[in-house]
Design a protein around this ligand. Sequence first.
Ligand code: FPP
Length: 216
Amino acid sequence: MDGNGRWAGARHLPRLAGHQAGAKAAEKIIMRAQQKNIPFLTLYAFSAENWSRPQEEIDGLMKLLAQTLTRYTRTAADRNIRLWVSGERAPLPIELLKQIDEAVNQTAGNTGLTLNLALNYGARQEITHAANAALAAGEKEFTPQILSRYLYHPDLPDPELIIRTSGEERLSNFLLWQAAYSEFYFTPTLWPDFNEKEFDNALTAYAARTRRFGNI
Ligand code: FPP
């Protein structure tokens, strides 16, 4: 969800206003994903590297994430959304962690869209976590299949499509393991301006791709 800061800067607003607008855009895309019967949607909400941002922005983002989670939990039951979170728990604020646990538990039985929030997420951290968890469980060797079982959510399917907004064309430590055969869609649109039409365009572009998975 890239480009919130630049969106705000262009309007002479504080960066947090960009994140607030970004949260609204996320809401639209979640609804659209549901309409399109997409089973899994992962949103990169806070990266393990985002802690290096100014404290004021981090505090604002944590507050916004808490508010967003409250709203999602309230509406998740009606909308049949199952909420998952991928990332390291420490050092997320204890109140936010409590809220995450409640939201995940309350929505565990929902059978519609699985909304996976990547929160304090880094792919290298996830792969390292998986290796350590595999060792702790007594695994004697690593294979792709074995390591996959120890990722944050072993049942999270590999993403078919990864969308990055704001003109950035890199992965930035996002789902490195799972993205081995993902298709990529880059758009210059800043995340707060990313709407249903833009999302549909990305899906149309994806539908035109030929996926070979190493085959001919
Ligand atoms: C990247 O844009 C965006 C973030 C680091 C935060 C994303 C978080 C939200 C939209 C909050 C809402 C949360 C949910 C779960 C919907 P940037 O700040 O790096 O933008 P820039 O590249 O223009 O500076």
